[in-house]
Design a protein around this ligand. Structure first.
Ligand SMILES: [Zn+2]
Length: 230
């Protein structure tokens, strides 16, 4: 058991007033940032594969000795949606359209993509934007499910994306294929120039398969061995 893990049970609260927890390999303070890898599950509440991936990764990190790379993990950013098996939060906002990216737009085609009334209007996104500013992650990986693919939003994340793709037969994309204004990829990948990877697990994949499939990739990343292996 790794007793060096720091847990904040109520890191922030969702629009529907549910607690959102955060776990990290170091104590997050006002000033210290260690360029960790940031893992995020459950951005979309109707994608249980991504929450399962984050939960299993957290269990694995709890049982493992410390890794050379620091990390921060949010198991479920959207507990409102997860509770109801719906994409959006309690304000009916698609959190992956609410980031304050330069390209944020109030336009949306379907209700499920409602971007909110203004950029970062949602408490989940405000908290995440503050966190990213504070910890300056070297890489952000968020877990979703849809048509299986690995999407990277900045050249800095390409090698890591190739690593995840090598664990499965999912194609790598530098773009999901349609505009996503206000997404994490646009905000952190394009505007902040950080490496961002979106893992789209196969929708409906057996939950017990989700983490083991990618476990070796997480190990390589956390050991800081990606550059040597490339
Ligand atoms: Zn999603």
């Amino acid at each position: 058991m790794n007793d060096k893990i720091h847990t904040i049970k109520q890191w922030t609260r969702s629009a529907g007033k549910l607690d959102i927890s955060l776990h990290s390999s170091f104590k997050i303070t006002g000033t210290a940032h260690k360029n960790p890898i940031l893992f995020i599950g459950g951005v979309h509440g109707d994608e249980p594969e991504g929450v399962k991936m984050a939960d299993e990764l957290l269990n694995y990190l709890k049982e493992s000795p410390s890794f050379s790379t620091d990390w921060v993990l949010i198991p479920c950013l959207n507990p409102d949606g997860f509770k109801k098996n719906q994409r959006v939060n309690a304000n009916a906002v698609d959190l992956n359209r609410n980031f304050p990216s330069i390209c944020w737009s109030s336009d949306y085609e379907k209700d499920r993509y409602f971007p909110g009334n203004s950029p970062a209007s949602e408490p989940e996104i405000k908290a995440l934007v503050d966190l990213i500013d504070k910890i300056k992650p070297q890489l952000i990986i968020h877990f979703h499910s849809w048509e299986p693919c690995i999407v990277y939003s900045n050249e800095k994340a390409r090698l890591a994306a190739e690593l995840f793709s090598s664990m499965c037969d999912y194609p790598i994309k530098s773009d999901i294929g349609y505009p996503t204004p206000g997404s994490l990829g646009e905000y952190a990948g394009n505007d902040l120039n950080l490496g961002v990877i979106c893992i789209e697990e196969k929708e409906g994949e057996a939950l017990e398969n989700v983490f083991p499939k990618f476990k070796p990739a997480f190990e390589i990343l956390l050991e800081g061995e990606l550059d040597e292996n490339s």
